[in-house]
Design a protein around this ligand. Structure first.
Ligand SMILES: *[C@@H]1O[C@H](CO)[C@@H](O)[C@H](O)[C@H]1NC(C)=O
Length: 224
């Protein structure tokens, strides 16, 4: 009698504890549900958050500067992207990037996109890129992002044309290197906006490719 009473008592206690845990969980669950709209309005999850600064920069650019962000491709898997004044000019989602070199030309005073092109530097015709670079007019900014392999079809003429836009590393660009660059035709010195990583088995982040590169900043608007 006493033993079964004890069992019944502990069964009752167990049921009470279970009920208490259930109620506690469900009440905190319902509290979360009620709080959701406020939480959404206050601090939205990243995919819903509106970027505070153009191109998602950590600091806003001063007046008369353009905000930009250039990302190279990741290995041969994720394509590169370019943002300029909050406009995504080239990206995998826009479906206008490709293996090799991806280049956008914007008007240096208005920021309007003038031309863009993707040049296969692994098996494409380098003459196409030569022609594109020769035709770049005065007063523009040139944004460049590599993807997979920017180097195989590289030649001296193309290296020279990129150097004239202010690049330091174009002379060195080779098979599967990572490269991001912003230059201009009428620069007096080398561009401060450039990053480069050599493809090297010792330092590669991915098997066969170096890490992707990100370049962001504020570039002065050309005022005439
Ligand atoms: C850039 O825009 C300015 C102002 O509209 C214009 O005068 C200039 O010709 C443009 N430059 C190029 C290269 O399109």
């Amino acid at each position: 009698m006493r033993v079964s009473g004890l069992i019944r008592l502990s069964a009752l206690l167990f049921a009470l504890v279970a009920l208490w845990i259930f109620l506690r969980n469900s009440s905190s669950f319902s509290r979360k549900t009620i709080r959701l709209p406020r939480w959404l309005a206050g601090k939205a999850p990243p995919e819903l958050r509106v970027e505070k600064n153009k191109c998602g920069l950590s600091k806003p650019c001063p007046d008369n500067f353009f905000a930009f962000k250039i990302c190279s491709g990741a290995a041969n898997v994720v394509g590169p992207s370019m943002c300029f004044e909050n406009e995504i000019i080239m990206s995998p989602v826009k479906n206008n990037v490709g293996r090799g070199l991806n280049i956008a030309v914007v008007n240096g005073s208005t920021g309007h996109v003038l031309r863009q092109g993707s040049f296969d530097m692994y098996s494409g015709d380098p003459k196409l890129l030569e022609k594109f670079l020769v035709e770049i007019p005065e007063g523009v900014l040139v944004l460049v992002a590599s993807y997979d392999d920017p180097g195989t079809k590289m030649n001296d003429e193309i290296r020279k044309l990129f150097s004239k836009l202010g690049s330091v590393y174009a002379t060195n660009l080779g098979f599967r290197d990572s490269w991001v660059f912003l230059g201009a035709r009428d620069l007096k010195n080398k561009s401060p906006f450039e990053q480069f990583l050599k493809n090297s088995p010792d330092t590669n982040k991915y098997e066969g490719w170096p890490e992707l590169l990100e370049l962001e900043g504020c570039v002065p608007r050309k005022v005439f």
